[in-house]
Ligand binder design. Structure first.
Ligand code: HEM
Ligand code: HEM
Length: 183
């Protein structure tokens, strides 16, 4: 099947925007968790854990898809360091989107907690001990990895805005086809 050259495939678009929405939801769920108390607060963490595991699975699917369907070439007008920075950001996204759920999963496993996937089935726990202390250390790492993700998102969005408003090329159009293509 021929790949349209001026935008990403529908599967790539769905994976990109679904994952972006899920990441935003993760942060909102933790914010809601911190703003509430009791069973409701616990419910927010349960959803956070389940949708975090969904992010792990979707990221693995996305890496497989990306290997089978390489990214579109970046415009020739970009400098070498800009292309390298864009490529490094994308690879680091994948690394962090695996590391983040893994540290969450490991933390829950250390405490011997439950990891129900929206009440449908239980994920197996990783063979990690450490009890409450292990949990705390791993959640601290989880919190640090999230900060790295925030830095990447900021870089990535600034890059997208630079393409759209300074370079005035079609890079944003190929990830948001609703934005009109420039001639
Ligand atoms: C990409 C996916 C994920 C994102 C963006 C994310 C984001 C976050 C953030 C921002 C926090 C607050 C950290 C802090 O206060 O320092 C947090 C806490 C936490 N996350 Fe995640 N997380 C993800 C995946 C997971 C997964 C898969 C699990 C477990 C299976 C998990 C379990 C937890 C737990 C238990 C906490 C601590 C909640 C509390 O304060 O009691 N997370 N996460
Ligand atoms: C948490 C949010 C986000 C994550 C994790 C993320 C991740 C990625 C990754 C990994 C790629 C590489 C292409 C691929 O492998 O499919 C990519 C491409 C892209 N993203 Fe994002 N993205 C996010 C949010 C955004 C936002 C908010 C925008 C727009 C303002 C955006 C615009 C783009 C564009 C234009 C490309 C294509 C770059 C190219 O053509 O090479 N992304 N994104």
């Amino acid at each position: 099947m021929a790949e349209p050259r001026n935008r990403y495939s529908t599967v790539s678009l769905i994976l990109h925007w679904l994952l972006a929405a899920l990441i935003l939801a993760q942060v909102l769920l933790i914010t809601a968790h911190e703003a509430t108390e009791g069973p409701l607060a616990r419910q927010f963490v349960e959803i956070h854990k389940a949708s975090g595991m969904l992010i792990l699975v979707l990221t693995l699917v996305r890496i497989g898809w990306r290997i089978a369907n390489p990214a579109l070439p970046l415009p020739d007008t970009m400098k070498r360091w800009e292309k390298l920075l864009a490529g490094a950001t994308h690879i680091l996204f994948y690394v962090l989107l695996i590391a983040l759920p893994l540290t969450g999963w490991a933390a829950v496993s250390a405490r011997g907690g439950e990891l129900s996937w929206f009440g449908l089935f239980d994920w197996p726990l990783l063979p990690i001990g450490g009890g409450r202390e292990g949990y705390r250390s791993l959640i601290d790492i989880h919190g640090v990895v999230v900060k790295g993700l925030y830095v990447l998102i900021a870089l990535h969005v600034l890059g997208a805005l630079k393409h759209q408003f300074i370079d005035r090329d079609n890079v944003l159009h190929r990830m948001i086809p609703l934005i009109p293509r420039r001639p």
